[in-house]
Design a protein around this ligand. Structure first.
Ligand code: NAI
Ligand code: X15
Length: 337
């Protein structure tokens, strides 16, 4: 069993921890928190060994009556791989610790590609992370783009991609993020970082993205225009996506015409935290006009990268050489469609 540590037990970290716990070839040896809050208490209640992310704060955990197993440095020593789920830009400091301890590391999309020089998507470039010391799972938005675009690239070839990314203002718990009453070009410059990020896992992708922030917390939403290399029909495209996992073709006419209804659908799936690991595409939005594919999709930002983190662990530790086998194993353990 590969020993996995989760550094940063927040939105992404707690989900990755639970997903690791579901696999039969890896185990959670610990999770780290910086503050003795309710998530720290619940991590211990769940049976995870809790380590203090900022060692100077050890005392505050004792004062809150929370049992800890040591500091983050102790946790790193125990692990074969650390999944770093700390907020963006903390990564460079942590990388030194991981290198010193000789432990492998997986970063998230809030860190720059240059930190690792290698980014990861299960469908895009799994093999390039095999046996490497560290990699970076691209952000929720880039993961969503790769999921739908890679099968199209493999099927017919893509000349050029343009995408308008409508980004959620903050996660549901984030009381200090926004906007509350505005649409904000974010970034106000073109292209946004998402296009270049896609090219770190779908090499050579010719893509320009623009992005906006809107007052919603549920999901991101993407609008894609894709110039294809050959003539194909809407049915061909549907057929390609229907054969892929981690993508859902859903119908607006079935009462799923919005991100709010997608999240209601996710609740009906009965998963922990109402997660929607798959990327839902509105089936009615798919059209091909003059050799250009149009479609609209959404991204549950809190959860879509979680299965990719599991596959990234398998790639770094060389538990599985074949991406499709890892994807299938992860999907089965997590009940992903
Ligand atoms: N929330 C989202 O929509 C998504 C986030 N990401 C990326 O995942 C990473 C984590 O993001 P979230 O989970 O949303 O953040 P979060 O703020 O929900 O969780 C971060 C966790 O790290 C802990 N932490 C803070 N400083 C730390 C330190 N110095 N050492 C150890 N732990 C520390 C915090 O206490 C918190 O538990 C970021 O790179 C982010 O860009 C990727 C996809 C989607
Ligand atoms: O990585 C994300 O988005 P991104 O792909 O737009 O950079 C996550 O949704 C976190 O975004 P945030 O930086 O708005 O918290």
């Amino acid at each position: 069993m590969v020993k996995v540590a989760i550094n940063g037990y927040g939105t992404i970290g707690k989900r990755v921890a639970d997903a690791v716990a579901l696999q039969d070839d890896m185990e959670v040896i610990g999770v780290s928190k910086t503050r003795p809050n309710y998530e720290s208490k619940m991590a211990v209640q769940k049976g995870y060994n809790l380590y203090v992310g900022i060692p100077e704060r050890e005392k505050s955990f004792a004062e809150a009556g929370i049992e800890i197993s040591g500091t983050v440095d102790d946790m790193i020593e125990e692990a074969d791989v650390v999944v770093d789920c700390t907020p963006g830009n903390i990564g460079p400091e942590n990388l030194k610790k991981y290198q010193k301890a000789g432990v492998k590391a997986i970063y998230q999309g809030g860190e720059k590609h240059t930190l690792t020089g290698l980014s990861f998507n299960s469908f895009g470039n799994y093999a390039d992370s095999l046996g490497k010391d560290c990699t970076r799972v691209v952000s929720c938005n880039t993961t969503g783009l790769t999921r739908s675009l890679k099968p199209i690239e493999d099927f017919v070839g893509i000349k050029k991609i343009r995408a308008v990314m409508v980004r959620r203002g903050g996660d549901p718990y984030q009381v200090n993020k926004g906007p509350i009453n505005a649409v904000v070009p974010n970034p106000p410059t073109v292209p946004s970082h998402h296009g270049p990020d896609l090219a770190t896992v779908m090499y050579g992708a010719n893509i320009v993205t623009v992005a906006l922030l809107v007052p919603t917390t549920l999901m991101h939403q993407h609008n894609l225009m894709v110039e294809l290399r050959d003539d194909v029909s809407v049915d061909d495209i549907i057929d390609v996506w229907e054969k892929r996992s981690r993508i859902l073709l859903l119908n607006a006419k079935d009462g799923l015409g919005s991100t709010a209804e997608f999240m209601e659908y996710a609740k009906e799936l009965g998963r922990s935290r109402n997660d929607l690991f798959e990327i839902p595409i509105w089936k009615e939005s798919i059209n091909v006009v003059d050799g250009e594919l149009f479609y609209m999709q959404a991204v549950h930002q809190e959860s879509d990268v979680v299965p990719e983190n599991i596959d990234a662990i398998r790639a770094l530790l060389e538990l599985e050489e074949n991406n499709e086998k890892s994807i299938a194993k992860t999907n089965k353990a997590m009940g992903i469609l």
